[in-house]
Design a binder for this molecule. Structure first.
Ligand code: FES
Ligand code: FES
Length: 232
């Protein structure tokens, strides 16, 4: 093969094979597929994804854990692949940007990014999309500040962030509208947060529950009144 047409990744792998380095077989679960690889033990997950698996959607930035460009999901949580060794995460579910769309159907976040122009050069986009995916899976209705906090570790040199935040909000709204159950869960989460942050609201909610309980069960009402101290 002519060296000028040989891919960068393939050259790296060939050079590594020529060097005398410790190698180990690791079994990774990437985007739902099992991959068995013989790799140098010092290689990071970022390098293995890009060079050994040709999954180049995961971007290579600072390699110091500072830019978030290399973010992937491990068991649904964001991890910086430049700081993880594959042997540390054998058997766990790794999701890269290649696993985000469902066939030709974009993930709602990807669709929103396209529509709102939240990607310019796009270098930061894979990491940001995956971090946002993890957020929406744990919080169906995040506030603007919660989105900002979840994406705080992902730098973008182009967009000024506003469109990225708008796109995550749009995807969150659409997902809730298309799934009333998700909306209900999100609403309940917000109500619980509100009760925790406001003791008076919690007391009002508690009294409403006690009243309902008394109406539906005289015996339960008696017990509740004693508990509330309104029986002499
Ligand atoms: S390349 Fe991993 S945090 Fe920058
Ligand atoms: S779109 Fe260029 S770095 Fe974010």
């Amino acid at each position: 093969m002519c060296v000028c047409t040989e891919s960068y990744a393939r050259r790296i792998v060939r050079d590594e094979m020529a060097r005398d380095v410790d190698r180990q077989v690791v079994v990774l679960n990437v985007n739902g597929e099992r991959a068995e690889l013989l790799i140098p033990v010092h290689k990071t997950l970022l390098e293995v994804l890009r060079e050994d698996m040709q999954l180049t959607g995961t971007k290579h930035g600072c390699e110091l854990g500072e830019c978030g460009t290399c973010t992937v999901l491990v068991d649904g949580k964001p991890e910086l692949s430049c700081l993880v060794l594959p042997v540390q995460i054998e058997g766990r579910a790794i999701t890269t940007i290649e696993g985000m769309a469902n066939g030709s159907d974009l993930h709602p976040l990807q669709q929103a990014f396209v529509e709102l122009g939240a990607a310019q050069c796009g270098y930061c986009s894979p990491g940001i999309l995956l971090a946002a995916k993890s957020l929406l899976e744990s919080n169906g209705a995040p506030s603007r500040d919660e989105i900002r906090e979840a994406l705080a570790g992902n730098l973008c040199r182009c967009t000024g962030y506003s469109k990225i935040l708008d796109a995550v909000e749009l995807a969150s709204d659409r997902t809730r509208r298309s799934s009333p159950l998700a909306g209900e869960v999100a609403g309940e989460t917000r109500r619980n947060q509100s009760r925790r942050s406001s003791p008076l609201a919690g007391e009002v909610a508690g009294e409403a529950r006690r009243s309902q309980s008394r109406r539906s069960s005289p015996l339960a009402g008696e017990v509740a009144r004693r508990a509330d101290g309104d029986v002499q």
